[in-house]
Ligand binder design. Structure first.
Ligand code: SAH
Length: 386
């Protein structure tokens, strides 16, 4: 008997609506080991499709196919090829970008980022992790990288009962990789940097911000200088803030590498915005790109208060006609909730702002329609009207 899982009518309905995740509560019977590809059965034992099965996570099933289509090696290979083909067609002016974006490329829980000649892979479920050797071979053949690194240290792997590992799977991967994003070069530590090294999802928002940025710029939550470096060429004075000393060292090193002048400070943005307000400072351009304040639904109300606090203070610091580029990367904070929070911040700070652009993560990180979890990044560009 091939491994199989029977799901409830509710789970079946969800799968038919195109959502790849079926929760444990909708699993009626499982005859499979964690990590196996299973046949998913619905009412009257009809085949709903084939999926990755986890015996640990709340997300018990990640659908790979619907109906009788088997989830085999040729299918995985074709999906990887399509994902790569799509990025080729985007013709991005960069040497670092996302090659495979999990669910949105119908390869749930698989992330592949390209950094120059190297690939960085993450397998974030038991099933995808078990397929890692096969996927590594497919990537080596289809993308011809000089090296492939498994950056399998995200915390979500613990929910799957998977260990935290960082290892070279193919070829060789150097300690640091120099990549280019438009006009800016970065030195990336793919083993230790956040995510897989850089926040590749913000590339197009930086480009958008470059349409407005000018004068005095304050880049809050700067990490390795992403927004500050991209906008520095067109601003008179640039300040970048991050709470991490290591991040600040990277901002300075990246500024030097690109021959750009900026001031990088180690500080807590919450304190710093208050201090700048007391000091009567004003900026023409402010960027807010905090980490995900809402890691789960329970922390949503605190998270919302945090977002409101920094946005309200940033609005007060803006000079009339100035621009605020404000982001949230929590998928629990919907676009509508984010807009409502910004409205409140505008009312409470008595700052009339207009919405100039409503954006999301870059096109190499597409959203799977019907799966709100894949629309995590919101980026609004606001203008202080007077
Ligand atoms: N804007 C960056 C990515 C930001 S990631 C880019 O485009 O590349 C979020 C950053 O916020 C991390 O570097 C983290 O160190 C920093 N951070 C988290 N909490 C902070 C706080 N309270 N004050 C300042 N920085 C903070």
């Amino acid at each position: 008997m091939p491994p199989s899982v029977v799901i409830s009518p509710k789970g079946e309905q969800r799968a038919r609506a195109g959502h790849p995740w079926i929760y444990r509560t909708d699993v009626v019977d499982a005859r499979a080991e964690g990590g196996e590809i299973v046949q998913v059965l619905g009412s009257r034992h009809r085949t709903v499709g084939y999926a990755l099965f986890s015996d640990r996570s709340q997300i018990a099933i990640r659908m790979l196919t619907h109906g009788e289509t088997p989830a085999d090696a040729p299918l995985l290979r074709a999906r990887i090829e399509h994902a790569i083909g799509f990025r080729d067609r985007l013709a991005l002016d960069v040497s670092a970008f996302r090659l495979v974006n999990g669910e949105a490329d119908l390869l749930p829980s698989l992330v592949v980022d390209r950094y120059g000649d190297y690939l960085v892979v993450q397998t974030l479920s038991q099933g995808m992790d078990r397929l890692l050797p096969e996927i590594t071979n497919m990537l080596a053949e289809t993308a011809a990288p000089a090296g492939i690194l498994a950056r399998n240290d995200p915390k979500v792997r613990a929910l799957e009962g998977l260990d935290q590992t960082v290892e070279v799977l193919h070829g060789a991967v150097p300690e640091s990789v120099v990549v280019r994003e438009g006009p800016i070069e970065y030195d990336v530590d793919v083993r230790r940097g956040q995510k897989t090294g850089l926040f590749l999802d913000q590339r197009e928002n930086k480009e958008a911000a470059a349409r407005y940025a000018r004068g005095r710029l304050l880049d809050c939550f700067s990490y390795h200088g992403g927004f500050a470096l991209r906008l520095a060429g067109q601003c008179q004075h640039v300040e970048a803030i991050d709470v991490s000393a290591d991040a600040v060292a990277h901002i300075r090193a990246n500024a030097k590498r690109n021959n750009l002048h900026l001031e990088a400070r180690e500080a807590n943005v919450f304190d710093e915005l208050r201090r700048l307000e007391r000091a009567g400072e004003h900026y023409d351009t402010i960027v807010l790109d905090p980490p995900a304040f809402a890691k789960n639904k329970a922390s949503l109300s605190n998270a919302r208060a945090g977002y409101k606090e920094i946005n309200l203070r940033a609005m007060r610091l803006l000079s009339p006609g100035g621009f605020l580029v404000t982001c949230s990367c929590s998928y629990h904070v919907s676009e509508a909730m984010f807009a409502e929070m910004l409205h409140e911040a505008s009312v409470d700070s008595r700052t009339p702002v207009s919405l100039v652009e409503k954006r999301m993560q870059g096109r190499d990180h597409p959203v799977l329609v019907g799966v709100p979890e894949t629309h995590y990044l919101k980026c609004f560009i606001l203008r202080r009207v007077e």
